[in-house]
Design a binder for this molecule. Structure first.
Ligand code: NDP
Length: 224
């Protein structure tokens, strides 16, 4: 059975990604900040991971060893500056946002690159956001930290796609839609099933030519 290693699996979009992969018979390793608090979420293994901690990433790597990982999905994220303008965006808030949304996914990708390269499907997915798209900037006037953290994630993931191409690993950056979760709020456009099901389809059918791309949950491509 193929194996998924998923961050941010405790709730929201990640929780539904977990369900979708389990329904397809995958082995799912859910990496959660506090496994004791999440209860039975239906994963094969629930392992601790604070994504901003190098020690925590190393401990997870030690636990998993050389286990082949077919899909590594960096999904955990925070949106700390919803509705905030530049004046309210304190440096520590900005740093924390980058630590979780930008630096952590790349540190985790680095830690598990060999595990992914050793697998059948050799895929890394990053949950980003259309809010990180400069091409889709619109009349943006807030959320400097969140938006720029996702823009930086997009760039780093695009560089990584180049670096990993010789190993056969494909990468993809995804916009999950505006989704009804704690982060997206109750008025968002779509439910977690639609988002997770759509993104899984994109990841499952990812071709070499699409590797390194930025796609909507329904498969349309996004401008960087
Ligand atoms: P939620 O707020 O519902 O869930 C966030 C998840 O990230 C939780 O599992 C949370 O774990 C985890 N997480 C946050 N910080 C850390 C950390 N330091 N270490 C480990 N885990 C952490 O968000 P969504 O499900 O809505 O969002 C998932 C992804 O989708 C994010 O990357 C987000 O930016 C992106 N996205 C969401 C949109 C939406 O409309 N919902 C739109 C565009 C992008 P815990 O339970 O421990 O807090």
């Amino acid at each position: 059975m193929p194996t998924l290693l998923l961050t941010g699996a405790s709730r929201g979009i990640g929780r539904e990604l977990l369900n979708k992969y389990k329904q397809d018979g995958w082995t799912v390793i859910a990496a959660c900040r506090d496994p004791g608090a999440v209860g039975d979420i239906g994963a094969d293994r629930v392992l601790p991971l604070e994504v901003t901690s190098e020690d925590s990433i190393r401990a997870l790597k030690d636990t998993l060893g050389d286990l082949p990982i077919d899909v590594l999905w960096n999904n955990a994220g925070v949106y700390l500056d919803k509705g905030m303008g530049l004046e309210e965006t304190a440096a520590d808030l900005w740093s924390e946002t980058f630590a979780v949304n930008t630096i952590a996914p790349l540190r985790i990708a680095n830690a598990f690159a060999a595990n992914v390269a050793d697998s059948e499907k050799k895929t890394m997915a990053f949950t980003s956001s259309r809010m990180g798209s400069i091409g889709d900037l619109g009349g943006a006037s807030s959320a400097y930290a969140y938006r720029s953290s996702k823009t930086a994630l997009n760039m780093a993931a695009a560089i990584l796609a180049n670096d990993l191409r010789p190993t056969g690993v494909k990468t993809v950056v995804l916009h999950p839609g505006w989704v009804r979760t704690d982060m997206g709020g109750p008025s968002a456009d779509i439910d977690t099933e639609t988002s997770a099901g759509g993104m899984k389809k994109v990841v499952d059918s990812l071709t070499d030519a699409q590797s390194g791309g930025f796609f909507n949950y329904d498969g349309k491509s996004w401008p960087w």
